[in-house]
Design a protein around this ligand. Structure first.
Ligand code: HEM
Length: 201
């Protein structure tokens, strides 16, 4: 308990630095999975990659639901419910990250088998999804660290609500477009590129 209290105090006085450090670790893990530098996960075959892709879509949909519920609750001034919904969204996202890293690092990435306008539309949606995903990480981590280390009264004196609003906007777009890209892959068909052979977009 004393250790937990000391950790909370430390994170409280170094919130921005901790958010930056966690973000850097997250980016490094994703880069490592794509480049296959340090193999962190056991190898998987194509059917498992496809299964993980389906599970990831379900997690993304659940995360989006938790996130939007969190926004609804804080608008009703339901701080405890807001906290539970947002912590649930972040926990689901951690689950997503583990499965995503395993899928990419242990198997590979699925590439769309389409040409013309459909392919162009897919690449555009994918690009926006990737940019929003990358941008959402530091914003969400900073908002949640502020939320977990301060009382509601103290939070009002911080950038939590402002950063939180941007985080919700960027993260929602990222999650929704992740679901759209997955649906487009299913419609057009996809091919697996194994680790090491992956070229982004
Ligand atoms: C994890 C624990 C969290 C707690 C205890 C918490 C608590 C709070 C509190 C007390 C407020 C009102 C602050 C004020 O009026 O200035 C607030 C606002 C807000 N929070 Fe959180 N929050 C948490 C996590 C998050 C996360 C992770 C996000 C974003 C992903 C977020 C997004 C927001 C937004 C958008 C608002 C402003 C709502 C509005 O007025 O439009 N919160 N939060």
């Amino acid at each position: 308990m004393a250790v937990q209290g000391a950790l909370r105090e430390w994170v409280r006085s170094h919130t921005l630095g901790v958010a930056v450090a966690i973000t850097a670790i997250g980016y490094a893990l994703v880069l490592n999975a794509f480049e296959g530098i340090v193999p962190l996960f056991p190898s998987i075959g194509e059917s498992t990659v496809r299964l993980l892709s389906s599970v990831i879509v379900v997690i993304n949909a659940a995360t989006l639901t938790a996130l939007l519920s969190g926004v609804y609750y804080i608008r009703q001034r339901g701080i405890d419910r807001h906290r539970v919904a947002m912590v649930t969204a972040v926990a689901l996202e951690l689950g997503f990250l583990v499965l995503y890293l395993w899928k990419v690092g242990g198997g590979g990435e699925l590439y769309i088998q389409a040409s013309g306008l459909f392919r162009l539309a897919y690449l555009l949606v994918l690009a926006i999804h990737l940019v929003c995903s990358a941008l959402s990480v530091p914003l969400v981590i900073y908002a949640v660290l502020l939320g977990l280390t301060r009382s509601p009264a103290e939070l009002e004196q911080t950038a939590h609500a402002r950063v939180g609003r941007i985080a919700v906007a960027v993260w929602s777009v990222s999650l929704a477009l992740g679901i759209v890209t997955s649906a487009m892959l299913r419609i057009a068909g996809s091919e697996l590129e194994t680790v090491g052979a992956i070229v982004l977009v």
